[in-house]
Ligand binder design. Structure first.
Ligand code: ATP
Ligand code: MG
Length: 292
């Protein structure tokens, strides 16, 4: 049936030290450095007497320059994992190295600092301020960070997402795809090591979704920005280089996409074809019997 293409996880070259100090980041066999390295992460939400085990032991290395999609059914722990990866939420147990720094040992202030510097977030619902122009939205993270040349850098980020002619527009004066591009520019402006996006195309029609994919693909290919995003859409996932599947709080598949699609180049197939081909091949890759 479906060819098994699950990637073997690379061997760990260097083990972590004893006392949670900065380590040299793990390097894979191609010489790529792990920007994110998590080991056996769990997350338990406590609600009164009830415990929800959202992550049940997730280990994952994300290397610089990777372009990854995370898929899985609703409630499988995708957003929980993204919040942990983005240091927005501490895991209940496990180890987490961000760019070689053991962040599970940091206090809230240091965590916030490292987060602002190293991670850019993009959300499904854009999270833009209503009465604020595109330029100002993108400048804001620089103001919090006390950065110089703020306007110039915000303009450059908006230019990178093709919005140099929309600087003074409010969100209500932009299309959904353009609003999401403002959010991407805002995530980009601090030059983070990694961009994390939780269903960035979830609220967009397919044309705007393609536009947003083009931006992510361009940033990844031409600027080498490591990108991880959550999607429910196997067609979107087919544009990334690696697909990770979660179910019930564990990774059930992790595979490379052999020839990622170029956004906007190939017409989206009809639903029937899509379900026949891509869905089976990508969404259920390698662990088909798990889903039957
Ligand atoms: N703040 C919270 N408090 C309690 N339980 C939570 C909390 N956030 C998530 N959960 C639970 O943890 C599990 C994983 O949720 P999560 O939001 O990570 O799923 P998801 O894969 O992102 O789903 P979706 O595709 O619907 O966005 C779910 O069972 C959810 O109900
Ligand atoms: Mg979610």
């Amino acid at each position: 049936m479906c060819e098994q293409k699950v990637r073997d996880m690379p061997m760990i070259g260097r083990l972590f030290g004893q006392n949670g100090k900065t380590q040299e980041a793990h390097v894979d066999e191609q010489g790529r450095r792990a920007v994110i390295d998590i080991r056996n992460i769990t997350k338990v939400y406590k609600m009164g007497d009830i415990e929800v085990h959202a992550l049940r032991g997730v280990s994952l290395q994300i290397y610089e320059g990777e372009f990854i999609s995370i898929m899985g059914p609703s409630g499988s722990g995708k957003s929980t994992l993204m919040n942990v990866l983005g240091a927005l939420d501490q895991p209940s147990s496990g180890e987490f190295f961000l760019d070689g720094v053991d962040v599970s040992k940091l206090n809230e202030r240091d965590l916030a600092r490292i987060r602002n510097k190293k991670i850019g977030f993009v959300f499904q619902s854009f999270n833009l301020l209503k009465r604020t122009t595109a330029l100002r939205q993108v400048e804001l993270p620089l103001i919090y960070g006390g950065t110089a040349r703020r306007t110039e850098r915000a303009k450059q980020a908006l230019e990178a997402v093709g919005l140099e002619r929309r600087l003074d527009h409010l969100p209500s004066e932009l299309s959904g795809g353009q609003q999401q591009r403002v959010a991407i520019a805002r995530a980009l402006v601090n030059e983070p090591a990694i961009i994390l996006a939780d269903e960035p195309t979830g609220n967009l029609d397919s044309r705007s979704g393609t536009e947003v994919m083009q931006i992510f693909q361009d940033l990844n290919r031409n600027r080498g920005i490591t990108t991880v995003f959550v999607t429910h859409d196997p067609w979107i996932a087919r544009h990334t280089n690696r697909v990770i599947m979660l179910r019930d709080g564990v990774i059930v598949a992790d595979r490379q996409v052999e020839t990622p699609l170029i956004a906007g180049e190939v017409e989206r197939p009809s639903e029937a074809e899509e379900l026949e081909g891509i869905f089976r091949d990508v969404y259920y890759s390698g662990t088909e019997d798990e889903y039957n």
